[in-house]
Design a protein around this ligand. Structure first.
Ligand code: GLU
Length: 278
């Protein structure tokens, strides 16, 4: 009888230990081997062709495919990935707080951001551009001066407009680009500026077909990197290795065509890891 009690107590202790281990394994502090662990990855939710949360809850876009491939090389199956929305202005803080392990979200590598986060890549080169109504008279950057223009808080696009492209534009900032697209459609703004990769995705959406034009101005070079917490060189190096193999095994090309082909977007060739186009 006494022995049985001890055994029951031991079993209870063991059960607690197992429960504690199970709890620990579901957190975000992931090691290199996936096992039963989850990994949290930051993406955009409202950028068709790059990072989009579909109405059924699934995710699509080139950034989603890059994130899934990289996570695979880090030892995580697609079912072990938890995508988290990281809006333009939230990205540095999300990494600093450890909300996500890494961010693949049209995230340009800049010297300013490198003070706060580290970047793997680049894995893609885009250019700032303008999206206007199909009948708009705006056809160059300086035409924006005195016009209502929409962009997103915390983006390089908003900064570039204010500093160089059109300092006298009446810039309205939103937290996401989809709000800007609605403003452009309603006529509340005359133009929307951000990366051509993002704008091409919106212009190709069925509900906007024929309404907008993308000017093709290449106003800047946007080198997309994968953001990691500052100092996390272990993850950074693994991501760079994953990106190299994504290009060399043909997956990069296949995924770029799949995601940007339908929008008729003329993408640049795959960049070399560590080489930023200024
Ligand atoms: N690539 C630019 C940036 O990182 C604009 C797109 C975005 O806001 O994500 O700021």
């Amino acid at each position: 009888m006494k022995l049985r009690k001890v055994t029951a107590a031991s079993a209870a202790v063991l059960a607690l230990a197992v429960a504690a281990t199970a709890c620990g394994s579901s957190n975000n502090d992931s090691g290199s081997s996936g096992g039963g662990k989850k990994i949290k990855i930051g993406i955009k939710y409202d950028q068709p062709g790059l990072g989009l949360k579909e109405p059924n809850g699934s995710f699509s876009g080139f950034d989603v495919d890059v994130a899934t491939y990289v996570a695979g090389k880090l030892g995580y199956k697609p079912s072990q990935i938890e995508f988290v929305e990281t809006k333009s202005a939230d990205r540095e803080n999300a990494l600093a707080r450890g909300d996500v392990k890494f961010i693949v979200a049209s995230y340009s590598i800049t010297d300013e951001r490198k003070q706060k986060v580290d970047f793997a890549g680049p894995y893609f080169l885009a250019h700032q551009d303008l999206l206007v109504k199909a009948n708009s008279k705006i056809n160059k950057g300086t035409d924006l001066n005195g016009q209502n223009l929409c962009s997103v808080t915390g983006s390089t696009s908003a900064q570039n407009v204010q500093k160089t492209i059109a300092p006298k534009a009446n810039l309205k900032e939103n937290s996401g680009y989809s709000e800007c697209v609605s403003s452009l459609q309603s006529g509340a703004v005359d133009a929307l500026t951000t990366d051509d990769s993002i704008l091409a995705g919106y212009a190709a959406q069925a509900q906007y077909k024929g309404q907008f034009k993308l000017l093709g101005l290449k106003l800047s070079n946007e080198n997309y990197g994968i953001g990691v917490k500052k100092g996390d060189t272990t993850t950074l190096n693994k991501i760079n290795d994953a990106l190299k193999s994504m290009v060399s095994d043909g997956t990069w090309k296949k995924d770029v065509e799949k995601n940007f082909g339908p929008a008729n977007y003329k993408y640049e060739p795959a960049p070399q890891i560590g080489q930023i186009v200024k």
